[in-house]
Design a protein around this ligand. Structure first.
Ligand code: UDP
Ligand code: MG
Length: 311
C-alpha cells in the first residue's frame, strides 16, 4: 500500500525557505516513490512567504501536491500545526519545521515504519543543536515538568513526528482550544516507535522565538496539560497546617509553664488556626477548579485503536 504522505510545514516569515523546503522534500520523497502533499501554513507572515507558497503551488505535479493555507494574522506554531492537520488529506501526516532543521532525509525511513504498522513515529533529538546555558537549563526544567504532566519522557521530544490518519483524527477530536501538539500526540496513545535525528543549524532566516515568547510558551503548555500549579495551594495549606500544629503545641506549653504573656496565647492560636483554614479551603477550591478544567476540556475518556476483525 502506497498511501499519500502529507507533510505539514508551519511557516512564519520564511520566504527564503519555502522554495528550498519544497524542492528538497519533494525530491527526496519522489526519489523514494512516495506520493505526497505539502501543506504550507502561512502563520501571518509579514514578508513574502505567502507569495512564495502561491508560486510553488503553480509548480505542483500529480505526485507532489501543494496545499497552501494563509492565516489572517500570526496565531502561533501550535495553531498552524492544527490547521495543517485539519486540512491535510494524506493517509499519514508528518509535521516538520520549514527551515529544514528537521532532516527531510529521515522522511522515507519514517514512512517505511508507518507502512510496517506503526501509528506514531516520533522524531527524538539526539542532540539539541547549539543552545546557550540559560536556555538549556530552562528547557530542561520545562521538559521535566511536561514529562510528569504527560506521563511520558518528553525531554528529547520534538514536533517532528509522523502520525497515522487514525492518530490525526484522535488529536483533532480533542475539543480543547489550548492544545500542546507534542504532548497531545503522546496522550492519544497508539502504536509508537522512535527515530533519532540531529537538529541541524538554521541556514536562512532567524529563529522566531524570543526569550519572552519561550516563557509564555512554557507557561501556556504547562497550564494546558497540568493542573499541578493549582494543587500547589493544597500542598502549601497542608504544610502551613503542620507548622501551625507544632507552633500551637509550643504556645500551649508556654501558657501552662507560665512563661507566656497575658492574652498572647489566644492571639497566636487564632492566627494559626485561621490561616491554615483559609489555605486549606483555597486548596479545596483549587481541587474543584482543576476538576472543572478537566471536564471543560472535554477530552474523550478513552480512545479505541481497533476492534478484532472476523478472519
Ligand atoms: N513558526 C510559526 N509561527 C510562529 C513561530 C514559528 O509557524 O509564530 C514556525 C517557523 O516558521 C518554523 C517553525 O515554526 O517553521 C519553527 O520555528 P523556528 O525555526 O523559529 O524555531 P526554532 O527552530 O528556533 O525552535
Ligand atoms: Mg528552526
Amino acid at each position: 500500500m502506497n498511501g499519500i504522505l502529507s507533510v505539514i510545514l508551519p511557516a512564519y516569515n520564511e520566504n527564503v525557505n519555502i522554495e528550498k523546503s519544497y524542492m528538497t522534500i519533494a525530491q527526496i520523497l519522489s526519489a523514494s516513490s512516495i506520493p505526497h502533499e505539502l501543506v504550507y501554513v502561512n502563520d501571518g507572515s509579514t514578508d513574502n512567504t505567502w507569495n512564495e507558497i502561491c508560486r510553488m503551488k503553480k509548480k505542483e505535479t500529480s505526485i507532489s501536491r501543494i496545499t497552501g493555507i494563509c492565516f489572517s494574522r500570526n496565531f502561533g506554531k501550535e495553531a498552524a500545526i492544527m490547521a495543517g492537520l485539519t486540512n491535510a488529506s494524506g493517509d499519514a501526516c508528518v509535521v516538520m519545521d520549514c527551515d529544514l532543521q528537521h532532516p527531510p532525509e529521515k522522511l522515507p525511513e519514517m514512512y517505511y515504519l508507518w507502512q510496517q504498522g506503526f501509528e506514531v513515529v516520533e522524531g527524538v533529538k539526539r542532540s539539541r543543536g547549539n543552545e546557550n546555558g540559560i536556555y538549556k537549563a530552562g528547557a530542561k526544567l520545562f521538559y521535566k515538568f511536561m514529562s510528569l504532566a504527560a506521563k511520558t519522557d518528553m525531554s528529547r521530544a520534538s514536533d517532528f513526528k509522523l502520525l497515522d490518519r487514525k492518530t490525526v483524527n484522535s488529536i483533532l477530536s480533542m475539543p480543547e482550544r489550548s492544545i500542546f501538539f507534542r504532548a497531545a500526540a503522546s496522550w492519544v496513545g497508539y502504536k509508537k516507535t522512535e527515530i533519532e535525528f540531529d537538529v541541524k543549524e538554521r541556514e536562512y532566516g532567524e529563529s522566531k522565538w524570543s526569550k519572552w515568547s519561550l516563557v509564555k510558551y512554557a507557561l501556556r503548555n504547562i497550564a494546558a496539560f497540568s493542573t499541578f500549579p493549582l494543587q500547589l495551594v493544597t500542598i502549601t495549606g497542608i504544610a502551613t497546617l503542620l507548622g501551625a500544629m507544632i507552633l500551637a503545641f509550643q504556645t500551649w506549653i508556654r501558657y501552662y509553664s507560665g512563661t507566656a504573656l497575658e492574652g498572647f496565647t489566644t492571639v497566636i492560636l487564632l492566627l494559626l488556626m485561621l490561616n491554615s483554614v483559609v489555605m486549606v479551603s483555597i486548596g479545596i477550591l483549587g481541587y474543584y477548579i482543576a476538576k472543572i478544567y478537566e471536564e471543560v476540556k472535554g477530552r474523550p475518556m478513552y480512545i479505541i485503536s481497533e476492534f478484532a476483525k472476523e478472519k
